[in-house]
Design a protein around this ligand. Structure first.
Ligand SMILES: O=P(O)(O)OC[C@H]1O[C@H](O[C@H]2O[C@H](CO)[C@@H](O)[C@H](O)[C@H]2O)[C@H](O)[C@@H](O)[C@@H]1O
Length: 267
């Protein structure tokens, strides 16, 4: 249940200025040794992408939106939304991949020209007119009744644990413990454990920044995500670079968009 990436930058509420605390700086520096910043390594990335088509795969929570206490309020900033709309989509196919339900991510992002993959890829839809569900790929539809049953059962049992929240993501369920007192974390773990025993076909994943590049002859897929559930996309971790928070993700996307539009890249 521990996070896998270093502490985030703290923000001063009054000034909105980011500052790094002394104690969080050291772990971040050693993280950067392992996973260099994609911003300062941009030229290297551009080199890998030269003469290839880029495809972008972006996680939602913690990557495009900041992590907040209330999952229903994880809005992305207007600046990130505008960057997706006016920068990324102009230059490459872009997909948002999330553990959330596809409908919920669409509600947050609201752009029609993207690919959306909800429930960790179990529910995929390509760009289409509003309200239409063409290009829909749902390989695990048979699990929907079971997930609903699991959701109801978890809601009932979790009601006894103050601060807990259960979220129905259609093909998976999240049990949130961010607002649960640490003394009750074992009770949350027990609840999840008991449910898994009852439903052995379910798989447990843990949720939290990394950036992966995969290679093929003519396409360079760039995947940006923030937690271990995103690692499936990286084959092993195998992240090559890192970005610290949604504002760095936005800076990276802007640089990528400007670079792919540059005469050098277009050959
Ligand atoms: O794959 P993602 O798009 O990163 O989704 C992973 C989970 O994200 C959400 O939970 C996380 O963000 C919440 C809002 O900032 C935060 O309150 C929670 O503690 C985080 O785990 C979402 O609510 C989950 O359903 C997703 O599985």
């Amino acid at each position: 249940m521990a996070s896998s990436s270093p502490p985030r930058r703290k923000q001063c509420k009054d000034t909105c200025i980011d500052f790094l605390q002394e104690d969080t700086d050291a772990p971040y520096r050693s993280w950067l040794m392992k996973y260099p910043s994609a911003l300062s390594s941009f030229e290297q990335i551009a080199e890998k992408a030269s003469s290839k088509r880029v495809a972008l795969f972006l996680d939602y929570d913690g990557t495009l939106s900041p992590i907040v206490d209330e999952p229903d309020r994880a809005f992305m900033s207007k600046a990130v939304n505008a960057c997706l709309c006016t920068k990324c989509l102009e230059v490459c196919p872009t997909a948002i991949i999330s553990g959330r339900s596809r409908d919920k991510v669409y509600e947050f992002v609201g752009l029609t020209d993207l690919y959306y993959a909800g429930s960790h890829g179990m529910d995929i839809n390509g760009p289409c007119p509003i309200g239409k569900e063409v290009n829909l790929f749902q390989p695990a539809s048979e699990f929907i009744p079971m997930i609903e049953e699991v959701f109801r059962s978890l809601v009932e049992s979790a009601s006894e644990i103050p601060g807990s929240k259960v979220e129905n993501n259609k093909f998976c369920v999240s049990v949130h413990y961010r607002n649960v007192d640490e003394t009750n974390w074992a009770a949350v773990a027990q609840l999840v454990h008991d449910t898994l025993k009852q439903y052995p076909r379910l798989r447990l994943t843990y949720g939290r920044k990394s950036l992966g590049l995969d290679n093929s002859d003519d396409v360079l897929p760039i995947y940006i995500g923030d937690d271990r559930t995103d690692e499936d996309a990286f084959e092993e971790t195998k992240a090559s670079y890192s970005l610290r928070d949604p504002s760095e993700v936005m800076e990276f996307l802007k640089s990528l968009a400007s670079w792919t539009k540059s005469p050098v890249w277009q050959g």
